[in-house]
Ligand binder design. Structure first.
Ligand code: APR
Ligand code: PHB
Length: 391
C-alpha cells in the first residue's frame, strides 16, 4: 500500500488531519488500532475554543456542531460560599467558547471521512515506523491478523500518549518534560438538565468539582479524587452527595439524574520536544498532555493539526519546506502557554491534602484575587478562550 501521508490514530487529531489533507487534494491513509465503536463511545472533554470551531467549519465538518453546540460566554468560579462569574466576550474582544463533546466530533469526522471514501482502517494497529530519517518512510501494521506495509512520504503520529510514534524519535534527540499531580478526575454523564447556565469550577476543602454539560438534557460533572481511586468505591449516591457538598451555594440546588457513563482519568502535564524528526510529525496527545482543568487538550490537538495540514499543503503544492521545518517550534510556543495555564488552573482549584496551612491560605487568597481583580479576570478569560500571540 502507498500514500502521501500515513496517519496513525483516529482520535480528533488524526481524523481532522485526514479531512484537511483530503480537502487540499492530498492523499492519506489513516490506521487506527481500536474498533470504530470504541472510538465513538469513548467519553472525553468537550470545551472548544473559537479557533477549534473555526477549523472544523473550514474542514466542512461543523454542521451538527453548529446546530447542537452550546455557546458559552463565561465561567463561574465558586469557592468559600461565593459564586463569581467571569465574562469572556467583554474581556477578550468578543470571543466565547462552545461546549460540544469530543466524542461527537469524532463521530462526525468518521462519518464524513467514510462517506468520502477515505482509506480509514479500524482494528489496524501500527507495529513499527521505519525510515523516518530518509525520504521513504514505511509503516508496518496488522489487519485481519496479517502484517501489511504502508509506504509514504510522511508519517503523522496522532496516536495519543500511549502510541508508537513518539518512541520512534531517537532517544538522544527526544526530550520530555513532565509533572504529575496528586489528583485524578472522576467524570460522569447524567441524564438531567444542567443546573447552571455556564460551567461552574468549584474549589472546596473536600476537593475540586466541575459542573459542565453536553445538551439541554445531559449534564457532565467531575470530582477531584485520589489518583488511585477505584470506581467500585463510588456508588451513585456517594457521587451525588459529594457533588452537592462541593458545589453548594446558598439558594442553589443541584438536580440529579441517572448516570449513564463514568470513568476516572489521571492528571498529568507532559511535553515532548521536538514534535518532529525527519519525516515524522507528532500531533495532539502523542506530543503533549495537559490536566483537563484548563480545557486545552482537544484545542491543542486541533491547533497542531491545522499548522501541520498547512505545512504539508505548501510542501505538496510547491516543495516549500519552511512550514514543515518550523512545525515543532510553531506548535511548542502555543503548547507551553497552554501547559502553564492548565497547571495554573489546576493548582488554583484543587485541594492538595499534602499542602501546608500556609499554602492553603495563599491559595484561597489567590482565588479571591482572581475572582475580584479585573486584570486577573482578563488574564483568565484570554487564556481560556485561547491565547493568540500578538507577534
Ligand atoms: N496504531 C494505530 N492507532 C493507535 C496506536 C497504534 N499503534 N496507538 C494508539 N492508537 C490510537 C488510539 O487507539 C486512539 O484512538 O490513536 C488514537 C489517539 O487518539 P486520542 O487519544 O484521542 O488523541 P488525539 O487525537 O491526540 O486527541 C487529543 O484527546 O485525551 C484527549 O485531551 C485530549 O482532547 C484531547 C484529545
Ligand atoms: C467537559 O465538558 O468535559 C469539560 C469542560 C471543561 C473542562 C474539562 C472538561 O475544563
Amino acid at each position: 500500500m502507498r500514500t502521501r501521508v500515513a496517519i496513525i490514530g483516529a482520535g480528533p487529531a488524526g481524523l481532522l488531519l485526514s479531512q484537511l489533507l483530503h480537502n487540499r487534494g492530498i492523499d492519506s491513509v489513516l490506521l487506527e488500532a481500536r474498533g470504530r465503536e470504541y472510538c465513538e463511545q469513548r467519553q472525553r472533554a468537550g470545551m472548544l475554543e473559537q479557533a477549534t470551531v473555526d477549523v472544523l467549519r473550514e474542514a466542512g465538518a461543523a454542521d451538527r456542531l453548529e446546530r447542537e453546540g452550546l455557546v458559552h460566554h463565561g465561567i463561574h468560579l465558586r469557592f468559600a460560599g461565593e459564586n463569581r462569574h467571569i465574562d469572556f466576550p467583554s474581556r477578550t474582544g468578543g470571543r466565547s467558547v462552545t461546549v460540544y463533546g469530543q466524542t461527537e466530533i469524532v463521530k462526525d469526522l468518521i462519518a464524513k471521512r467514510l462517506d468520502e471514501g477515505a482509506r480509514l482502517y479500524f482494528d489496524a494497529p501500527v507495529t513499527a515506523i521505519e525510515g523516518i530519517d530518509g525520504d521513504a518512510p514505511r509503516v508496518r501494521f496488522v489487519r485481519d491478523g496479517v502484517e501489511e506495509t504502508l509506504d509514504c512520504d510522511f508519517v503523522a503520529g496522532c496516536d495519543g500518549f500511549h502510541g508508537v510514534s513518539r518512541p520512534a524519535i531517537p532517544a538522544d534527540v527526544l526530550r520530555t518534560y513532565e509533572r504529575t499531580y496528586p489528583f485524578a478526575w472522576l467524570g460522569v454523564l447524567a441524564d438531567v438538565a444542567p443546573s447552571t447556565d455556564d460551567l461552574i469550577y468549584a474549589y472546596s476543602e473536600r476537593g475540586f468539582a466541575l459542573h459542565s454539560m453536553r445538551s439541554a438534557r445531559v449534564s457532565r460533572l467531575y470530582l477531584q479524587v485520589d489518583p488511585d481511586a477505584d470506581l467500585a468505591d463510588w456508588p451513585d449516591e456517594r457521587i451525588w452527595a459529594e457533588l452537592r457538598e462541593r458545589l453548594a451555594l446558598p439558594g442553589w440546588t443541584l438536580d440529579e439524574g441517572p448516570i449513564s457513563d463514568r470513568g476516572i482519568t489521571p492528571m498529568r502535564s507532559f511535553v515532548a520536544e521536538p514534535m518532529s524528526f525527519g519525516r515524522l510529525f507528532l500531533a495532539g496527545d502523542a506530543a503533549h498532555i495537559v490536566p483537563p482543568t484548563g480545557a486545552k487538550g482537544l484545542n491543542l490537538a486541533m491547533a497542531d493539526v491545522r499548522v501541520l495540514a498547512d505545512a504539508f499543503g505548501r510542501w505538496f503544492e510547491s516543495g516549500a519546506r519552511e512550514g514543515l521545518d518550523a512545525y515543532s517550534e510553531t506548535c511548542l510556543r502555543r503548547v507551553w502557554r497552554a501547559e502553564h495555564f492548565s497547571y495554573w488552573m489546576t493548582t488554583l482549584l484543587h485541594h492538595d491534602s499534602g499542602a501546608s496551612a500556609f499554602d492553603r491560605r495563599a491559595q484561597v487568597a489567590h482565588l479571591r484575587y482572581v475572582a475580584d481583580s479585573a486584570a486577573a479576570m482578563d488574564s483568565l478569560a484570554e487564556n481560556y478562550v485561547g491565547y493568540t500571540w500578538a507577534q
